[in-house]
Write a protein that binds this ligand. Structure first.
Ligand code: ADP
Ligand code: MG
Length: 251
């Protein structure tokens, strides 16, 4: 388990998605979603499979352009910004880490800083080694991803995202593909990152994490936010039948 500190080097930002609508053809996947994370805080998004959680993250970083609504970082709309520039500000960690198997761990982490931030090969490697240290994996820098456990590979993916000096991090079911014994270490690293003051939006089925790490929990179903608030309010005093039923199934 990692308890290494991973202090962000970029000032954290707030992010707001306001009245986000997004349809795929006739399938209205997001129907006016409001979501917010304060600077340096963690908002967790929970809800049944198919409720639109992944689509929401992809709408917020404009991998899918919303049909309606606004996205604000520190109160300023980013809808007219260059989408690539926006995505550089947002670190993403997915269920499947998608590391390049034939590159070393350090090269996987150094690639973005070199190609997208324009760092020299040496500076990119130094950044990579620094981030690998922050996730407790310095010793694996010159290994291939295939020689690491799934949990270690996911920590490399987190290091890869952090190497881009993001202002906010998105996690989409980052532990769902891991063997059960590897989940804890990755959640601990995410909790660590939250405690250093990184702004984070975390989609997860890990209710323990949602309860103990989040500042705000958002419960989505069928493309709408059913309830939102501090974890204690949602987990101990769910107001709607839908959230009560969901919690009864997952807790
Ligand atoms: P969740 O992450 O909560 O499980 P998703 O956001 O993945 O939910 O999916 C919500 C709905 O959007 C589903 O009905 C899914 O089929 C649909 N969907 C997601 N991505 C696409 C896409 N690229 N094209 C068409 N439909 C999609
Ligand atoms: Mg999903």
């Amino acid at each position: 388990m990692s308890t290494v500190s991973t202090a962000p080097t970029t000032a954290p930002v707030s992010l707001t998605g306001s009245n986000i609508h997004l349809a795929f053809g006739t399938n209205k996947v997001l129907r006016g979603v409001d979501v917010h994370v304060d600077a340096g805080k963690t908002t967790t998004v929970i809800g049944p499979s198919g409720s639109g959680k992944s689509t929401l993250l992809r709408a917020l970083n404009r991998l899918h352009e919303p049909d309606q609504g606004d996205i604000l970082i520190d109160g300023r709309s980013v809808l007219k910004d260059n989408p690539d520039k926006l995505r550089q500000r947002i670190g993403m960690v997915f269920q499947h880490f998608n590391l390049f198997p034939h590159k070393t761990v350090a090269d996987n982490v150094a690639l973005g800083p070199q190609k997208l931030l324009g760092l020299s090969k040496e500076a990119a490697r130094a950044t990579a080694l620094e981030q690998l240290e922050s996730v407790g994996l310095s010793a694996k820098a010159d290994s291939r991803p295939g020689n690491l456990s799934g949990g270690q590979q996911q920590r490399v993916a987190i290091a890869r995202a952090l190497a881009m000096k993001p202002e906010i991090m998105f996690f989409d079911e980052a532990t769902s593909a891991l063997d059960p014994e590897l989940v804890k270490g990755v959640l601990a690293l995410m909790a660590d990152l939250a405690s250093t003051g990184m702004s984070m939006i975390v989609v997860t089925h890990e209710m323990g994490f949602a309860r103990s790490v989040s500042d705000t929990v958002v419960f989505m179903d069928h493309g709408t936010v059913i309830e939102t608030g501090p974890p204690a309010a949602l987990f101990d005093n769910a107001e709607t039948d839908r959230l009560q039923q969901f919690l009864a199934q997952v807790l």
